[in-house]
Design a protein around this ligand. Structure first.
Ligand SMILES: [Zn+2]
Length: 491
């Protein structure tokens, strides 16, 4: 008899999930999208406000050019076509944190369309299409806790009202929670490379809603979808999708129907719950914003902005593999942030052997960082430090053992490599008579290996070198040991 797990697996393979993501990204402008108020996070509530972002009667919006520039840059990085003319529209809904009673967004004529992101897939890569990217203003924030009367009252902070956002809407091209996770990771990486947002999920600079439905595998028609709102980490989005897909399959298998609705994810329980029935676009009574002119980004301006695009992460990884002879895995680690990749490249260019720099990062740095629970950006050893240590090993000034000890000290003292090296000034043993003496002792202690070596087993050279290095506690110059042992054994 098949167990429950088998049945679940069998059922899951009969269905195909269809997932589309809507991602809101806050743009890193100094001021809001339609007024000159600061966008600074964490200021006292309701201090970054003015008549425009408070929605007072008669106040008129003025578009922030920097927001347009940033949105265009992001759209180009995501392979979108920029519409020369796009239109701002009012999205009407009533909510306490929306003082005007509408949000200025874009509707049928968005800033950009037809983009894509490539994600890794078993067959190499898969293109996830981006339907549209539009500009809009953020709403304020309702605070349900943190005040003495929070049990009865909700407080409103309008500092966030009018902060510029782009909404990036994908096609429903994603067919698993893992693909959704990959897509978000790549999306975030690309946005970070452009520098238009910090994508900080904790501060709400990146928010994600997921639309998900299931259909019998191979069916052309889409199933009824639900929307999962405002999940605050990529991992939770993956978990929420996992749960929601299972729930929908369960409902269908039991002969039920999926209700189109918005659901909230509870990360403590790992479950989604009904929040409200899903709005349709017509519920928002969109119409063109009469207080703003059509937004025009001319071809010349687009090209000017395109020139500012940095090399994108995927292209950079390919180039780094070619330029430095490192592995794809090395390149992935080293490009995890643009700052790190920049530092690595600067260090690798300056170092005698770039491959050794990459190897040290992988072998010596990563393990120590992991043990301390640190990200590579928090490493006490900078990329310059790694480059310096690589050069010292390269020219034989320190041994591999010394390098390991020095790295340990860097982590213990939370100091960079050059500082620790200057304090310790580890000296290699280069006194040939002292090394000679150790070699004699090692040979005397291993007559069997000596006999084997002399009868032709020359690979034992490594054994003797190793024994001598050990006897010197890693202090002897490895090249000298190698040469002297070889000479001695021949003699
Ligand atoms: Zn304002």
């Amino acid at each position: 008899m098949a167990g429950t797990t088998d049945r679940v697996v069998a059922t899951q393979t009969n269905y195909e999930p269809v997932i589309g993501l809507e991602v809101h990204v806050q743009l890193l402008t100094a001021s809001k999208i339609f007024c000159s108020c600061s966008t600074q996070f964490g200021n006292p509530p309701n201090t970054n406000v003015c008549p425009v972002c408070l929605g007072l009667p008669g106040a008129l919006p003025v578009l922030n050019q920097k927001a347009v520039e940033f949105a265009t840059l992001a759209a180009l990085a995501l392979n979108c076509r920029i519409n020369e003319t796009s239109i701002f529209a009012r999205k009407n809904y009533f909510y306490p944190d929306l003082p005007k009673g509408y949000q200025i967004s874009q509707y049928d004529k968005p800033l950009a369309e037809f983009g894509f992101i490539e994600i890794p897939a078993p067959a190499g890569s898969k293109k996830i299409h981006i339907t549209r990217i539009h500009l809009e203003e953020d709403a304020g924030k309702s605070l349900h806790e943190g005040f003495a009367d929070s049990a009865e009252t909700t407080a409103i902070d309008l500092n966030r009202s009018g902060v510029p956002l782009i909404e990036i809407v994908s096609e429903p091209d994603l067919s698993s929670p893992d693909e959704a996770y990959e897509y978000l990771t790549r999306l975030c990486e690309i946005i970070l490379y452009t520098g238009v947002s910090d994508c900080n999920m904790e501060e709400g600079s990146l928010r994600c809603d997921a639309n998900v439905s299931v259909r019998p595998r191979g069916a052309a028609e889409l199933g009824t979808k639900t929307e999962i709102k405002n999940v605050n980490s990529f991992r939770f989005i993956r978990d929420a999708l996992e749960y929601e897909i299972g729930r929908q399959i369960g409902v269908l298998e039991a002969g039920g129907r999926i209700t189109q609705e918005t659901r909230l994810y509870n990360s403590n329980e790992g479950k989604t719950y009904t929040m409200r029935s899903k709005e349709e676009a017509h519920d928002y009574r969109y119409f063109p914003e009469p207080d703003l002119l059509p937004l025009v980004v001319e071809k010349d301006r687009q090209e000017e902005i395109r020139k500012r695009l940095p090399e994108m992460p995927e292209a950079r990884r390919r180039r780094m593999v070619a330029d430095y002879g490192i592995t794809v895995k090395d390149a992935e680690v080293l490009t995890s942030t643009k700052a790190l990749a920049d530092q690595f490249e600067a260090a690798a260019k300056a170092a005698k052997n770039p491959k050794r720099v990459a190897n040290l990062v992988q072998s010596e740095l990563q393990g120590r960082l992991k043990a301390k629970g640190l990200g590579i950006e928090q490493s006490p050893i900078s990329m310059q430090g790694v480059a310096m240590s690589a050069d010292l090993v390269e020219r034989g000034a320190i041994s591999g053992k010394m390098l390991k000890d020095l790295y340990d000290l860097c982590f213990e003292r939370n100091q960079d490599f050059p500082a620790v090296y200057a304090q310790e000034k580890p000296q290699q043993l280069t006194d040939s008579s002292a090394i000679q003496k150790m070699i004699d002792e090692v040979i005397a202690a291993n007559p069997k290996q000596l006999a084997q070596y002399r009868s032709g087993k020359t690979t034992l050279l490594g054994f003797f070198v190793g024994q001598v290095m050990k006897a010197s506690k890693g202090q002897a110059n490895p090249q000298m040991v190698n040469d002297l042992v070889a000479k001695k054994l021949e003699g």
